[in-house]
Design a protein around this ligand. Sequence first.
Ligand SMILES: [Zn+2]
Ligand SMILES: [Zn+2]
Length: 300
Amino acid sequence: MKRLFRSFFELLRPSFKSCRICGKVVAETMREGMPGYTSYARFVSAMLCRECCSSIPWIEAGQICCHACGRSIPCNDCIRLPTSELIRNRSAVRYDDGMKELLAQLKYRGDEAVASLLEALMCPAFEHMTSELYRLYCTHKNLAKYHPRELMQLLQRGGPNQAAYVWDALTYVPVSSQRAEERGFNQAQLLAEGLAVRYGLPAIELLNRIRDTPKQSFQSRKARFQNTEALFTPAPDAAHLLNQLSLKRNRQQSTPTNSTIRILIVDDIYTTGSTLRACAKSLSGTVIPVEVYSLAWARG
Ligand SMILES: [Zn+2]
Ligand SMILES: [Zn+2]
């Protein structure tokens, strides 16, 4: 009887107090042991119970086996594939049953609040990827061409400023107009926009999806790659937006050059990489030199 009463009251509680994975009541306390343990950790621990928080299948930097796709297990796929315009992918978590449940709530049950949770879960991977690239670009560039004041700013930069230095913009994998209409939102766009707000970056629409693809989960690798061939084109405004980003980057340098700009494509899942590779190919076809990276919430 007591248990029945408790579950009755649990039902009456507002939904944000229930764990988004198992449904248990969430006590809003910080969960230690999460990578970063900062504001996104607070957000995650408000939406997941203690047990589900501690069983998030993080892909931590030290676990990455394939530096191309960010997989945490040995990967033969990237070696077999031809070189791609997509330089590197990173994912935040492995796609286990708990993570499947979360994505289903967003994609199929239309619970948009879950998008903020997924976006918060992407923060450790985003920050790690950004600081890796920041170190790489600071080491390999010719620092002599910078004005001393600019160099000082560059070297002092940390935290969110690293993101502004590394990325010119975030974009997202588009869904077909039919799917957008059915669902009312594009989950990849929600994730990209959330990250963009958090790190002070622009999130822009750069790609169009020409047609819908059949459900990819039931298809072979080969079929997936065939399906995504020529699936994306640059959005009508893409060349103009990329040009503006390039001009902005040139203004920030004392010796303006034809700067390559860096774009991060955001998606929910990376499975074979065929979708993100096709997006990167499409973006690289514009006249502005672009380096394309991707960040997917989960690695399938
Ligand atoms: Zn739970
Ligand atoms: Zn790989």
